[in-house]
Design a protein around this ligand. Structure first.
Ligand code: MG
Length: 225
């Protein structure tokens, strides 16, 4: 495989997950004794560790206290998610399956998401597309999204016949996705299926922007050029 295509998950491949949203609230209450939700911040494009820290800071907790229980918080989140995922309604966005089918024999595909890996994989299993993604950088790997990109690339090099050399792309819906990719030195395709516009994604450094993954021909033209 001479190309690696990395995908963000939320609002790029699938819609939001109620089980994921609830997992944060359950963990905040169980681990920190704080009754709150992630709705008090704009969590789009943030990693899980960033979200936990920001929400709890807004509730008056200091960073040291938050960080001392971060691992426990993430563990409780995974337990909560696994408990609720069967009743969750996650919808795959239009064009996703067709694009993945088209790419699967030509490139190596992976994930870069702020989600914890069991949550990320759980969402994708639910809509039947988890098997396409062979590597990834996930929320438990690092707090910083740029590092998640680097980790995903490293895993691709270690586990597959892949060498990084101007041949990595990332597709995502948030300015943070674009910024992280630029910092990690990969090309970016922004998709406007989240809350951000073409202009906002371009301002953040997107090399290309498409309306949705239904824009298969344009995406293939960029990726397989
Ligand atoms: Mg996203």
């Amino acid at each position: 495989m001479n190309k690696l295509i990395l995908f963000d998950i939320d609002k790029t491949l699938v819609t939001s997950s109620k089980a994921h949203h609830k997992a944060f609230s359950e963990a905040f209450l169980k681990v920190y004794g704080v009754d709150t939700t992630i709705d008090i911040i704009n969590s789009h494009g943030m990693t899980e560790q960033q979200i936990i820290i920001e929400v709890l800071k807004k509730n008056g907790l200091d960073e040291q206290t938050i960080k001392s229980k971060l691992q426990e918080c993430m563990k409780v989140m995974i337990d909560s998610f696994n408990k609720n995922i069967d009743n969750d309604e996650i919808i795959m966005l239009d064009g996703v399956k067709e694009l993945l089918e088209e790419l699967k024999n030509n490139v190596l595909m992976g994930l870069v998401t702020g989600n914890l890996e069991p949550i990320a994989r759980g969402k994708l299993k639910k809509v039947g597309i988890n098997h396409y993604f062979k590597v990834g950088g996930f929320g438990e790997d690092d707090i910083n999204r740029t590092n998640l990109v680097k980790i995903a690339i490293k895993r691709a090099e270690e586990n597959f016949d892949f060498t990084c050399n101007n041949n990595v792309f990332l597709i995502g819906d948030a300015p943070q996705d674009m910024k992280a990719e630029r910092e990690a030195g990969v090309e970016t395709i922004g998709v406007t299926t989240g809350i951000y516009s073409k202009e906002q994604l371009e301002d953040a450094g997107a090399d290309f922007v498409v309306e949705s993954l239904k824009d298969k021909n344009k995406i293939l033209e960029i990726l397989l050029k």
